[in-house]
Design a protein around this ligand. Sequence first.
Ligand code: FAD
Length: 483
Amino acid sequence: MADKDSYDLVVIGSGPGGYVASIRGAQMGMNVALVERNKVGGVCLNYGCMPTKALLKNAEVLSLFQRSKEFGITLDNLRADFSKAVDRSRKVATRLSKGVEYLLKKNKIDLIRGTARFHSHSAPTRLNEKGYPQGQEETKIGITDEKGKDIREIAGRNIIIATGSRSKSMPGVNIDGKRIITSNEAMVLKDLPESMIILGGGAIGVEFAYIFAIYGVKVTIIEMLPHILPIEDSEITAILGRSFKKIGIDIMTGYRVEGVTTGGKGLKVRLSSAKGASEEKESDIVLMAIGREPNSEEIGLKEMNITIKKGYIKVNTRMETDVTGIYAIGDVVGHPLLAHAAMAEGITAVETIAGKERTMPDRLNIPSCTYSHPQVASVGLSEEEAKKRGYDIKIGRFPVRANGKAVAMGEIDGMIKIISDAKNEEILGAHIIGPEATELIGEIVLAKSLKLTPSDISKTVHAHPTLSEMIMEASSAIYEDAI
Ligand code: FAD
């Protein structure tokens, strides 16, 4: 094998996990190859976080125009062209993907186009003083083109698997990409349907529900669990439900999808409720948003003896698989399926390779965000979960409508809720629904990670007027001294 085909680090997949890991590896002096079979930037930049945030911005702008009277502005003939929103969103995705390509080049990372699969059947087992496996053969990776033809073999002393995830389907539902679609098709819809049923009320389903409802589509969300955004605090999701109702979104919780029948004009979604009743709902389009599944089947993990659990690769807090020299990060290792978690995991893996002491933070210190309107953001335990775990809790709440900046902005729906341990004041969880919730959560993530208490936050002077004052007030409310 030629020298240039041998690397300190081979990363498979260029999503936020893979590109961040590659760049950090190169910054630390490693000779890095990054293999990607599709667009650079993975789901996040091309079909996930970023294009949806661009569409959400369009929906927010349109929503402001729709509310123009409130601001004393008269508008005639307001028209919104969704295809222009799609164009803008695609431009955002392309620009960001190109930006990452530029960074890869700048950091002298070899970007190899193709599909990677392990060729080795055994893995190195000993590490040298720098942390690189040595004494045995490097791990070999075969690369094929889109037709499955072998194009190259490379070898890496360390491998990071960052192959991500894809939309999940369900039995009885045949995704045809036209009338029964996933988020990939939803974000590039040419013509808006009159009605849409969204199967799944998680973050992806909720964000699309907001976008399409603002653009005039009659949206119904169907969720099997008792409330939408099932991992969020139920008091917060109740507020979201009320906001969504105001813009005409129907929410059906506690319904299981039995199947979707195509043919005829509309699609028929067959449902059964927890109480055993059956129901049928019709719509022009069904968007499948019931979750994601890992891309772990086709890379040869079994031959490498890498342990997989329900499709997800098993790793420790340093992102090591149980085969020395092979790491896995991002969606392919499981929850939380979030870009910022993938990035942090990528840095953790690379610094571990370089022999630094670094582990992933506790899952309960990683924020979750939903960028609908109102936005939802949280960190740590919900009230239900904290009680289930037996904590004696104190809760501080502050309504958004009592914040001056929010009132001035005309964004009064929402609340901040901070949950602390009554015994030692530890912040157990924080939940925000309202304007800029996804930006505001950062302060509480930092406080929680550094083990600050609500009392520390309440004594910190926050600028006035800002939305961040709500965090100070909710913290004070725990001690019943909110202003
Ligand atoms: P991915 O981004 O999935 O990238 C994996 C890459 O690996 C892909 O490019 C794929 O082509 C490549 N690949 C796979 N197998 C091979 C192979 N064998 N050889 C070569 N290449 C391969 N998260 C957030 O934090 N915030 C959000 O706002 C957000 N919004 C989202 C909206 C939508 C609609 C979706 C679908 C997801 C969203 N997510 C969001 C989740 C986020 O996109 C993922 O958590 C993130 O992309 C995972 O990163 P990753 O690096 O693990 O893999």
